[in-house]
Ligand binder design. Structure first.
Ligand SMILES: O=C1O[C@H](COP(=O)(O)O)[C@@H](O)[C@H](O)[C@H]1O
Length: 229
């Protein structure tokens, strides 16, 4: 089932999405004693992460990981880990356990096995997967023009390494199967350009053309989308 939340602006969408994530974290903690949250990077999630960091959650019972990571040092400006640490994991939220995708291997392909082990050790299924979307329809690091896209859509592994030709850095990404084994998928769409891609994806067609369709065109996992101008 897909539910759309239409918001007047990005700030309203960020606050509403943070509130929904906090509620889902609290539900998971009440039901199972622990909650797992996988977050996307990029620029879009920053206001939502800041709102979430001051939400009323027992963060000591939350495990946070990533949907995807760029193969850069954790203090690099493009690091999704850095983004999450700087915008979410401070104050009370610093009590959450963070599980990195990046490790000390020479490159993303060499580091994939260690990343797989770290992700496989989490409690499964993930409670919440927060996806982003690029204007090319990519989600996580499943880029339409990447040679590894078919692997990402078909593999039974939880993670894969990807070298997108048109985006900077090698990547590690959750596979489609991992994303679709979660309990809840949330997505934020801001601005006219992304809205147009979203509407095209939602109308249906090949997942390989617009990989965000893997979440939008399925009925197994509930998806909530926050849409703003
Ligand atoms: O490269 C990435 O891009 C997407 C979208 O990023 P945004 O800056 O347009 O919000 C993001 O979801 C993904 O995690 C990231 O690695």
């Amino acid at each position: 089932m897909l539910t759309e939340h239409h918001c007047a602006d990005g700030a309203t969408a960020a606050a509403a999405m943070a509130g929904r994530i906090a509620a889902l974290l609290n539900e998971a903690i009440a039901a199972r004693g622990v909650a797992t949250l996988a977050l996307s990077g990029g620029r879009s999630p920053i206001p939502m992460l800041r709102a979430l960091s001051v939400s009323d959650v027992d963060w000591s019972k939350v495990i946070v990981t990533l949907v995807d990571e760029r193969w850069v040092a954790p203090d690099h400006a493009d690091s999704n880990e850095r983004l999450v640490r700087e915008n979410l994991l401070h104050g009370a939220a610093a009590a959450a356990r963070f599980v990195s995708m990046k490790n000390g291997a020479a490159d993303a392909h060499a580091g994939q096995a260690e990343c797989e082990t770290a992700i496989a050790a989490l409690p499964w299924p993930l409670d919440i997967v927060v996806l982003g979307m690029g204007e090319d329809g990519h989600t996580a690091s499943l880029f339409p023009d990447a040679a590894e896209l078919a692997e990402g859509l078909a593999t039974r592994a939880m993670t894969l390494a990807i070298s997108p030709p048109a985006a900077p850095h090698q990547r590690l990404s959750l596979s489609a199967r991992t994303i679709l084994s979660s309990r809840h998928i949330l997505l934020q769409i801001g601005g006219a350009a992304k809205r147009a891609v979203y509407e095209r994806a939602r109308a249906g067609g090949p997942v390989a053309e617009l990989p965000i369709r893997l979440a939008l065109c399925q009925d197994d996992v509930p998806v909530e989308v926050w849409i703003s101008a």
